[in-house]
Design a protein around this ligand. Structure first.
Ligand code: FAD
Ligand code: NAP
Length: 314
């Protein structure tokens, strides 16, 4: 039989935005429920060193997120391992269905579902996903000890993944569609100094090829964006690091979105177009997409939820 749980504030997502919202909503005595989703701890659990979260010169991403979870719990947030599969925002209390069968009703909702890795959309990328093609170096890098690897992208994620993969790989080819990286300077400097990394500028990955039995990647074909010339690069692992798209599935038909699916909030606010529904973190942020900015927005969302609920009682 399905259980129904009521809460004043339902927080959906367990990244920096969700856990920070939990800390603030708990301290406002709102007894929030936080549903973690399929990736407890969010994106930072897929990385290694985090060097730009204030208070830590360097901390492993998963450790930072375990600390945040413990903090939210210690303040009184009830943390539940469930995935929200359906969200009805048409009337209050709002209703969310969990994959577990539990139904959550809430006077206010904080959406903190973050973002997910983007893919190139090539048929051969899809064919070899899980068999040599990955979007998570920390998860899968270990399998490629002593082998050649390709990384695609030119942002912070691509550069960090390329650097991390040199711990295992004999050579890392970084394929980027321009001749300039958008990653931070400190990361670019590290990349340029690393002798195992070979950048391939002005190229786009056009095909992954490999064997069927046993299934596995043998290399990629990359096309020069100006000349069209095709280069073959041998590789056993292919890591796609071309950015992230907002995880808006629950609300894309009910809330206004912009800039490729990011939820729209009011200026200087986490309020969405539906009163009582707040959104924070990478779900609304097409610009900064950092752990600290997500945490900041989680704080804002909890404070705004508190004001909203207080106004309902007047
Ligand atoms: P996320 O961290 O994306 O978390 C989203 C949460 O929502 C997850 O817990 C997920 O399970 C949950 N969720 C999604 N759908 C549902 C659902 N239907 N039901 C319930 N829950 C759901 N930033 C930095 O500041 N410093 C760094 O060094 C850094 N390194 C990074 C390295 C990598 C490889 C990546 C990918 C990102 C990195 N970032 C870094 C960016 C940072 O991770 C994000 O900005 C931040 O995690 C966003 O936080 P968030 O809380 O908005 O969402
Ligand atoms: P990003 O900054 O959006 O960069 C995506 C990269 O992929 C860009 O270089 C882009 O090329 C390229 N790209 C996009 N679509 C492509 C396609 N179809 N084909 C080929 N290349 C494509 O994404 P990100 O690196 O994942 O970073 C996301 C956010 O997380 C950023 O805000 C970043 O700062 C943050 N982050 C921070 C850290 C850190 O602080 N250490 C680490 C990781 C991530 P162009 O450059 O040509 O557009």
């Amino acid at each position: 039989m399905s259980e129904t749980r009521h809460t004043k504030v339902l927080i959906i997502g367990s990244g920096p935005a969700g856990y920070t919202a939990g800390v603030y909503a708990s301290r406002a005595m709102l007894e929030p429920i936080l549903v973690q989703g399929m990736e407890p701890g969010g994106q930072l659990t897929t990385t290694t060193e985090v060097e730009n979260y204030p208070g830590y010169t360097e901390i492993q991403g998963p450790e930072l997120m375990v600390n945040m979870e413990a903090h939210a719990k210690a303040m009184g947030t009830e943390i539940i391992g469930d995935i929200i599969t359906d969200l009805d925002l048409s009337k209050r209390p709002f209703t969310a269905k969990g994959d577990s069968g539990t139904v959550y009703t809430a006077d206010a909702v904080i959406l903190a579902t973050g973002a997910r890795a983007r893919w190139l959309g090539l048929p051969t990328e899809e064919e070899f996903k899980g068999f040599g093609v990955s979007a998570c170096a920390t998860c899968d890098g270990f399998f490629y000890r002593g082998m050649e690897i390709v990384v695609v992208g030119g942002g912070n994620t691509a550069v960090e993944e390329a650097l991390f993969l040199t711990n295992f790989a004999s050579k890392v080819t970084l394929i980027h569609r321009r001749d300039e990286l958008r990653a931070e300077k400190i990361l670019i400097n590290r990349l340029m100094k690393n002798e195992k990394i070979v950048p391939l500028w002005d190229h786009e990955l056009v095909e992954v090829f490999g064997d069927e039995m046993p299934k596995g990647v043998n290399g990629v074909h990359a096309k020069h964006v100006k000349t069209g010339e095709i280069t073959e690069i041998p590789a056993k692992g292919v890591f796609i690091a071309i950015g992230h798209a907002p995880a808006n599935e629950l609300v894309k038909d009910t809330l206004e979105t912009h800039m490729g699916g990011y939820v729209v909030t009011k200026p200087d606010s986490t309020e969405t177009s539906i009163p009582g529904v707040f959104a924070a973190g990478d779900l609304i942020d097409h610009k900064f997409r950092q752990a600290v900015t997500s945490a900041g927005m989680g704080c804002m969302a909890a404070l705004e939820a508190e004001h909203f609920l207080a106004a309902q009682e007047d």
